[in-house]
Design a protein around this ligand. Structure first.
Ligand SMILES: Cc1ncc(C[n+]2csc(CCOP(=O)(O)OP(=O)(O)O)c2C)c(N)n1
Length: 680
């Protein structure tokens, strides 16, 4: 970014005159709105403003070039997209004022919202995740054979994020019709591009991804418009991603409060001279397409629109608190016509049938039940797409999707590059465009690499702007398999504190199938925990066909009267063994779902036995048992004859050697804990 910059020239472009005049009006509108908002900011009517002044040609040119039914994924400086797509101004103003008449009912600020009506998906604060969502929408278009593109904006700063790499790489490998538009405006907050990247052009990275890429002048609205129009046309008939770097400049501060002290003055001056609006106005005047009088009239018309919008927003009611409404909007309502839930038959350990006593035909191992559930789900939901590493021909590392390619084909059973975050985001993109996704973590431990998409995008979307996140994430978890710290964890507690997620953790084959089918039918994000050590060590009767085990309902695995063992997953089997070994008449409550949680069932069992032992495989501190114990202590105190007891794994990573892992696991301490609690 130097101070000597070429002037803006429009002579070589062929856009017709009427469109040019329309583009001018589309540029003028966001400029005038921004100028008004800067005043409103000073007056305290709005609380924050990220200026896109000087960058409008990119938003406007892109929005004008695409069809209105093509999704655009916007960032914090893309007001011109909203105005060019005719989003009603009063709704924008209400949004910025935190009023229910906006797009988020006061739940999120500034441009952090989307509108299905306008096919605009706004950012989350974390910037990069947008790019994977746009790739997911493009995947949906490709699968549906719709000749459409999606477009995602990012800043130069955003290109340094891992998500940029994951999204572009996957889009390139899958040839998805998504246009990645980098608004290279010289600065990322106070960081100059010289400290952001070392290549000459960000578009140069396209070569590395095997992707078309180009650099254009982002201040020239005709250049943006014609380039994007041409690219989109080509991408609709020949789906592939393109990386488009638009050179521009941020002439105001990152946000209004932060100022521009750190930006060399000559840079601001040089780029102000290249202002996309005034230069284009001069060009139109030279061509006789605009006069001073017409300019004035347009300004007056838009200012009147703004005033009317502000008046309408001012007349809208303020946001009122309503706790029940807020809690009620965490999840999307389920619209599924669920088959009746089948009762879960008791699971039996050990898959080997006794000699002379063959297994019933309906007996399935845990792993088969999960595979059956997934297959039934694929049959029930033609829109469902499976994604994961090595899940296609290879059948997944645990072979759960073995043979799926033959039945459902490569479009719906997708091997992915090694990129958890992009794939979860692509799943969300499918959902935004009307599809459905199941994403397999090869091992649950690797979900750390997709954490942001789950906790910030999937979990919060419905609450923020009523967008469902129809994504199920399967996580093979658990220890006892000698796999050490990175292939043995059970990380449900990383997610149980995040509102908006549903979390299920089956302990037996019948529930495994029924909960998976319920998860796949649910429009909300569901984390499905499956214990690897149970895959082949446990079998049980599994109903045929498609049935749902209700999410949010616990089950009494074994009725008893002396104490309650409240547990889930592998804990259920440890408890069954301990009851057999001790003869203690314990009631075993299998939670099955951790979110939502079946408080009625917990309360009922404590009322019945008056003693509560909470058991789980994950480490004690910060484990989900802490939450359960707190709730029992708070709400069941009068029913308790003994203190609530928690039993969990040691507060260490999961060790590899068998002797160490045995010490780590709580199983060896269970009988003692039960006896102590009974004796209290
Ligand atoms: C993951 C993450 N890290 C840091 C931030 C704080 N932050 C917000 S915007 C921004 C700069 C973004 O720069 P760029 O992508 O170039 O976009 P620009 O603001 O220039 O339009 C930073 C550091 C953030 N929002 N998210």
């Amino acid at each position: 970014m130097t101070a000597t910059l070429p002037p803006l020239t429009y002579g070589s472009f062929t856009t017709d005159e009427a469109t040019q005049v329309k583009l001018y009006e589309d540029l003028l509108r966001p400029r005038l709105i921004e100028e008004k908002m800067l005043k409103q900011l000073r007056q305290g009517i709005i609380s924050k403003w990220f200026s896109g002044i000087g960058q409008e040609a990119i938003s406007v040119g892109c929005a004008a070039a695409l069809n209105d039914d093509e999704y655009m994924f916007t960032m914090h400086r893309n007001l011109g997209v909203f105005t060019t797509r005719n989003v009603p101004l009063e709704r924008l103003f209400a949004q910025w004022q935190g009023k229910p008449g906006g797009f988020t009912q006061g739940r999120d600020r500034s441009f952090h919202f989307g509108s299905q009506e306008h096919k605009i998906v706004g950012m989350i604060s974390h910037l990069g995740p947008q790019m994977s969502l746009a790739a997911g929408v493009a995947l949906r278009h490709k699968l549906m054979k719709e000749p459409k593109v999606s477009l995602a904006f990012t800043g130069d700063g955003g290109t340094s994020q891992g998500e940029f790499h994951e999204a572009l790489n996957t889009a390139a490998v899958w040839k998805l019709p998504v246009l990645f538009v980098v608004e290279n405006n010289g600065w990322g907050l106070s960081t100059p591009v010289s400290e952001q990247y070392a290549c000459e052009n960000l578009a140069d990275r396209g070569v590395g991804y095997g992707m078309r890429s180009l650099v254009i002048d982002g201040n020239n609205v005709l250049e943006v418009y014609e380039t994007v129009r041409q690219l989109a046309e080509e991408m609709r008939t020949n789906p592939e991603p393109v990386l488009l770097e638009c050179r521009t400049f941020r002439v105001r501060g990152h946000e209004e409060a932060s100022g521009v002290k750190y930006v060399p003055k000559d840079q601001i001056e040089a780029w102000t001279a290249r202002d996309p609006l005034s230069n284009f106005a001069t060009h139109l005047k030279e061509k006789g397409l605009l006069t001073g009088a017409k300019e004035k009239a347009l300004t007056k018309k838009i200012k009147a629109e703004i005033d009317a919008g502000l008046k309408a927003a001012a007349a809208m009611p303020d946001t009122e608190g309503d706790v029940a409404r807020e809690l009620g909007d965490i999840y999307a309502p389920s619209t599924s016509t669920a088959p009746a839930a089948a009762p879960a038959p008791p699971a039996t350990r050990n898959p080997q049938p006794a000699p002379g006593n063959p297994q019933p035909a309906t007996d399935r191992r845990m792993i088969d039940a999960i595979s059956d559930g997934l297959r039934e789900g694929m049959r029930a939901h033609p829109d469902l797409v499976l994604m994961g590493q090595d899940i296609a021909d290879y059948g997944g590392v645990f072979k759960i999707t073995d043979g799926f390619m033959d039945e459902f084909g490569a479009d719906r059973v997708r091997n992915t590059p090694l990129c958890e975050s992009a794939i979860i985001g692509i799943g969300q993109g499918l959902s935004i465009a009307g599809g459905k996704a199941m994403v397999e973590m090869q091992f649950g431990d690797f979900v750390t690499c997709g954490f942001n998409q789950i906790v910030n995008n999937l979990a919060k979307l419905h609450y923020r702007w009523q967008q469902s996140a129809d994504v199920t994430v399967r996580l093979p978890v658990g220890g006892g398999v000698g796999a050490g710290p990175y292939h043995s964890q059970t990380m449900e507690a990383w997610f149980t504190s995040v509102p908006g997620l549903k979390i299920v953790y089956p302990s037996n084959p019948a529930d495994a199938k029924g909960l998976l089918l319920a998860a796949l039918a649910d429009p909300n994000p569901v984390l499905y925990f499956e214990h690897k050590a149970l895959y082949r060590s446990l079998s049980g009767e599994v109903p045929a066909g498609n049935y749902h085990t209700e999410i949010g309902k616990a089950a009494v695995t074994r009725p008893g009267s002396t104490l309650s063992i409240i547990t889930y997953g592998m804990g259920v089997h440890w408890a069954l063994k301990a009851v057999e070994a001790t003869g203690i008449d314990a009631e075993i409550l299998d939670l099955r779902s951790l979110a939502p949680l079946d408080y009625d069932a917990i309360s009922a069992t404590v009322k019945k036995t008056n003693r509560a032992l909470i058991l789980h495989e994950a480490s004690l501190t910060g484990g989900f048992g802490g939450e359960l114990a707190a709730w029992v202590g708070e709400y069941c105190f009068e029913d308790l004859d003994a203190p609530v007891r928690r039993l969990a794994a040691l507060d260490t990573p999961v060790p590899f050697a068998a002797a160490l892992e045995a010490d780590y696991m709580p199983e060896g301490r269970l009988v003692g804990a039960m006896e102590e609690l009974v004796a209290y």
